[in-house]
Design a protein around this ligand. Structure first.
Ligand SMILES: [Zn+2]
Length: 173
């Protein structure tokens, strides 16, 4: 049985108790993420992120927080500029207060506590930002029938002969 989410967690205490938690975080509480994705205000307010995680001891003998988050975000398709549903499921494993040497020798990243406390919504927000696609597009590659045309037009100026510009300058001389 997992406990409900709290705002912050005292790392050493949770590690000793093998604390494990699950619950939901409102997307509207994640301000940095909200700035990155152009979402309709109403849609943002209703969206939740399912989160479950536990405190464990990492192989490198530092505390660790490991868990999973699931949600679905509304992103803007860069092909047709219409909204698209983007389901996300992210597993995370983070050492807590590991030193640089440990980070170098591990495939896991570290999280730095604030005087021994961590805020899980910060972790969730960072993980979601890292997992966002660089360019979001509908799976259906035909979602914008004008796409091919637009692509060719965008490339056209690059192919322009630079000497043509020089010639134009000469004639206006
Ligand atoms: Zn699209």
């Amino acid at each position: 049985m997992r406990d409900k989410l709290r705002k912050s967690y005292q790392v050493q205490k949770e590690l000793a108790q093998k604390g494990s938690f699950e619950g939901q975080i409102a997307l509207s509480d994640l301000k940095r993420l909200g700035e990155l994705i152009p979402l309709e205000a109403a849609a943002v307010q209703q969206r939740l992120i399912d989160v479950s995680f536990e405190f464990l001891r990492h192989e490198l003998d530092v505390p660790m927080v490991a868990g999973r988050l699931e949600t679905s975000l509304e992103l803007l398709c860069q092909r047709c500029l219409r909204p698209m549903e983007h389901p996300m499921s992210v597993d995370f494993r983070l050492m807590i207060d590991a030193n640089d040497e440990m980070v170098e020798h591990s495939s896991d990243d570290t999280l730095y506590s604030d005087g021994g406390y961590i805020d899980i919504s910060e972790v969730v927000e960072d993980e979601l930002i890292l997992a966002l696609p660089l360019v979001a597009m509908h799976e259906d590659t035909d979602c914008n029938e004008n796409w091919q045309v637009a692509e060719i037009q965008a490339e056209a100026p690059k192919r322009e002969n630079p000497f043509a510009v020089l010639q134009q300058l000469k004639t206006t001389d």
